[in-house]
Design a protein around this ligand. Structure first.
Ligand code: ZN
Length: 176
């Protein structure tokens, strides 16, 4: 297993619409294992393939608490079938937008279908944190970031900050 570099804002790849996975084969399972290790190492509770520059519809999630055993879940070609009318708000962050957090309101529950790491079709009713993480990660597959759900003013500010930092880094100036 390999820890893969995570791309960050303003990398334009984060805006790509990822392509469906055609088959769950050995190379895909190796990629899944790399993603799980990369997510655990970060540490994060979800990672979409595009965050390691692979534009395919694949994501991994692990919402186990730090004192609980790890419990990674794999979602290949996930699709939301139903969203609850009820909304819930979580303070979200993203491994591709490091150290930035903002409250995002989303449907409190969703039903989704997906393919598991054995290639079998599955359905899940996700509530609470899992519902939020799944929606956040599925957004990534469509090039949508959690900052797209906050005010334009706040979004423009965070994009500007990351764009400036990337420019400084490319000029070799020390990051402050
Ligand atoms: Zn994210």
């Amino acid at each position: 297993m390999t820890i893969r570099p995570i791309i960050t804002l303003p990398d334009p790849k984060l805006r790509l619409v990822s392509k469906p996975v055609e088959r769950v084969d050995d190379p895909l399972v190796r990629l899944i294992d790399d993603m799980i290790q990369t997510m655990h190492e970060a540490p994060g509770i979800g990672l979409a393939a595009i965050q390691i520059a692979e534009p395919i519809r694949l994501l991994v999630v692990d919402i186990a608490k730090t004192d609980e055993p790890r419990a990674p879940q794999v979602f290949v070609n996930p699709e939301i079938l139903w969203r609850a009318d009820e909304r819930s708000t979580y303070e979200e962050g993203c491994l591709s937008i490091p150290e930035y957090y903002a409250e995002v309101e989303r449907p409190a529950a969703v039903r989704a279908r997906y393919i598991d790491r054995d290639g079998r079709p599955q359905e899940i009713l996700a509530e609470g944190l899992l519902a939020t993480v799944l929606q956040h990660e599925i957004d990534h597959l469509d090039g949508v970031l959690f900052i797209d759900h906050i005010s334009k003013l706040k979004r423009d500010r965070v994009i500007k900050k990351f764009t400036k930092a990337a420019k400084r880094a490319s000029e070799g100036a020390p990051a402050l």
